[in-house]
Each structure stands twice: as C-alpha cells, then as structure tokens.
Design a protein around this ligand. Structure first.
Ligand code: ADP
Length: 407
C-alpha cells in the first residue's frame, strides 16, 4: 500500500492542532484540536472530513502533550485512520524558529533537535512547545520520518540589508540578533497562490503579502523569493496585531524600566499580550471592533485607524523595496474576512496603481479572488492561507523525493 498521507502537527504551549491529508488525492481526511492541555477542562475536537463520520467533542483532563497525541491517535483510529497505518508517509511539524540555519524543511534527527533547542532563547514560548510535539510523535512512531517545517525558512532569503539591525555587529552576532521573520509558511503559500491566480509563474511576479490574523505580518516577495518581512527577532516587530504593539521606539522600553519601574518580563507581557488592538480598545476581534465603530464608539475607531495606518506604511515601504508590484494579497482571519480593513488599507493609493472594487471586495468566499477593478495596474487579491496544506506539501515533497532517490 502506498504511503501517501501526512499528519500535520502544530504544537503550542497548551494546545495541539492537527490535520491528516492525503497528498495524492489532495483529500483532507481529518482535522482537530486539543485545547487547554494540562488543565482540568481540556477539550478535544475531532472532525473526520471523509467517510461521513460525525464531529466529536470530548471534554476532560488531558495532562500533557503525550496524552493529547495518544487521544488524537485513538480518535483517528475510530475513523480507520490510525497512526499505525502503512499509508502514513510522514509527520510534518510546524516549528516556529529555525534561526539562520534552517532554510528548508528538514527531516528531524538528534542534531536538528539540538539546534531547535539552541534557539529557545529567541523563541521562548514557541520552540519548547514544538519540541514537545516532535518528541511525543517520535515516541509514538519512531520508524516514521518526522519533518520540521520552519516559520522562519521562507525569510532566510532576505538580503543582509533587510535582515540586519543597525546595531553593533559584534553584540548582534554574539546574541544572534537579526531579523528572522515568521508566518513564512503562509507567506510562501499565499505568494505562490497569488501568482497562480494571475496565471503566472512565481518567478514572474512581485507580491506584497499581508498576513492579518491575530498575529500579523507583511512580506515583500520578488519573483517567489522573500526580500523583506515585518516581523523581526521575534514576532513582536512590525504591524499592529491583536495583542502585540508591533513597531515602537525601543526607548519606550528603557523609559518604562526607568520611569515606570517595570521589569523586562512585565514589559514583555505588556507589548506582546496587552497591546495592539486589545491595548487600544480592549478588543482584538475585528468583527467586534467594526460593530462598535458602527455604533459610534470612538475608541474602537481610533484603534482601527492606527491599525490601518501602520498597514499602509508597510504597503508603501514594500512597494519601494520591490520597485514594481504586481499584486497585493490579503490573507488570514482579518485579511480574508474584513472588507473594511482591505478598503481602508488601499484607500488613496490610486497613484500607486492600487484600488479596490467595492462590490468585489464585499463578496464572501473561501476561494482566492481578485478584488481590484480591471483598470488597476496592481491586482489586489484575497487569498485564503492554508499553512497545514503547505506544511504537508513540503513534508511530502521531502520524504517522497528522498524515497525516489533511494529506489
Ligand atoms: P491566528 O493568528 O490566531 O491564526 P486567524 O488568522 O484565525 O488568527 O485570525 C483571527 C482573527 O481574524 C480574529 O481575531 C478576528 O479579528 C479576525 N476575523 C475572523 N473572522 C472575521 C470576520 N468575519 N470579520 C472580521 N474579522 C474576522
């Protein structure tokens, strides 16, 4: 029996998301999520996507990731999709930080695990959780290729002029301080899908991608290659996000330490968890912000305006970085769904060849689509992201190609 399935695991500090995809048929076989791992009220939501089985939602304590993955395996088995199946080709893991080292998806071995561990100081929240996921899955299927797909990999092509901060080189190198960028799997997928939507090869087009989820980042992609992105050493830099400030004058931090008597950890929490849209108006869901604006709420209006102003600055910056732009692509929760954000981000940029058609912009759809009027020089597109599919694709390409070479 041919091994054509890939299990994609995205392991967070207290969650485990998964999808099982058949890479030959393109069918998504099952998907699910374990939440609140380690608490009394853990929850496993499992959805079989073929075979007509019912979605199942189970609550009850799940002590750790190992127990969570075993519970997921049991759910998959109930649908005849068990992890012991010979049809499973590999497990693809999302790994947030791959540093400078990992430019490609990589089959995990001890050396890879060591390097991901070495990067924990620059990704203290994410890499430990990713490592737990990898170790748990390896224990369950030690014979199977486990592949790491890094959020940073797509950005490793950035030139030094974009990836270096203008700080003392010796200090920066000693502490590995540089701009790495994140959401790379999404930027890779969306920039490629945007080229397809235009009927072109990725090499032929320059695209600005705006990944606007709870976390948000922009990237400038020239001919399929990332040349700049808005997140930096960590995901804190760049756009205004759900709870992150994005760009601030670094002196704000010393000011808060000296004058506000705050510790580094307190400022970390402030800028990562209590800022962005939440800090500005107490709310990070764009739907709710729009509802409040419609009711005349000034605080929500200002939060929206600050969010859009920052977006517009990055569109302008990346336009200049690329010189010529063929498409501007919106993706992720806000980018795919919030027509007012798309309209406001592009408003007034007609001189740059950017415009949005009000009617096309208001269409709701899960399909990639163009929302700019025909006369516009730059295509504005909405391209739903699919990080799981991209992880599965990269994982399968790696294990499949190496299997071919061994034949
Ligand atoms: P994550 O970064 O957590 O993966 P998502 O890409 O799922 O985030 O985006 C989540 C955000 O998308 C929500 O916080 C909300 O602001 C926004 N969002 C989701 N659906 C809509 C919608 N219909 N209209 C406006 N915004 C939406």
């Amino acid at each position: 029996m041919a091994a054509t399935r890939v299990l994609v695991l995205n392991s967070g500090s207290s969650s485990l998301k998964y999808q099982l995809i058949d890479m030959e048929s393109g069918d998504r076989l099952a998907a699910g999520l374990v939440e609140r791992i380690g608490e009394e009220t853990s929850r496993l939501k499992h959805t079989p996507l073929t075979g007509g089985g019912e979605a199942r939602d189970t609550e009850g304590p799940i002590a750790d990731h190992s127990t969570a993955l075993k519970a997921v395996a049991a759910e998959l088995s109930r649908d005849g999709l068990g992890l012991d199946s010979p049809e499973l080709a590999a497990i693809g893991h999302r790994v947030v930080h791959g540093g400078k080292h990992f430019t490609q998806p990589t089959v995990i071995d001890d050396a890879v695990l060591k390097e991901v561990e070495r990067l924990i100081p620059v990704a203290p929240l994410h890499n430990p959780a990713n490592l737990i996921g990898i170790r748990t899955a390896t224990a369950l299927r030690p014979d199977l290729p486990q592949v790491a797909v890094f959020d940073t990999a797509f950005h490793t092509t950035m030139p030094e002029s974009a990836s270096r901060y203008a700080i003392d080189v010796k200090t920066a190198d000693e502490h590995r301080i540089r701009r790495y960028g994140f959401h790379g799997t999404s930027h890779a997928y969306v920039s490629r899908r945007t080229a397809e939507l235009l009927g072109k090869e990725p090499e032929e087009v320059n695209v600005i991608v705006l990944h606007l989820g709870n976390g948000a980042s922009a990237s400038a992609v020239r001919g399929g290659v990332c040349v700049d992105t808005s997140m930096g050493l960590t995901p804190l830099e760049g756009l205004v996000m759900g709870t992150r400030s994005g760009d601030v004058d670094p002196a704000v931090i010393f000011h808060l330490m000296r004058v506000g008597n705050m510790s580094a950890d307190e400022i970390d929490v402030l800028l990562n968890k209590k800022s962005g849209l939440v800090g500005l108006c107490g709310e990070n869901d764009m739907r709710e912000i729009r509802r409040r604006i419609d009711e005349g709420d000034e605080e929500a209006r200002l939060a929206f305006d600050i969010y859009v102003h920052r977006l517009k600055k990055y569109i302008g910056a990346y336009y200049a970085v690329l010189g010529r732009v063929d498409a501007l692509a919106f993706t992720a929760g806000v980018g795919e769904n919030a027509a007012p954000v798309r309209e406001a981000a592009v408003a007034g940029l007609e001189e740059l060849g950017l415009a949005v058609d009000a009617e096309l912009n208001s269409v709701r759809s899960d399909e990639p689509r163009i929302i700019s009027p025909e006369y516009a020089r730059v295509a504005v597109a909405v391209v739903p992201t699919d990080e799981e599919l991209e992880i599965a694709r990269q994982t399968y390409a790696l294990v499949h190609d190496s299997a071919d070479r061994n034949d």
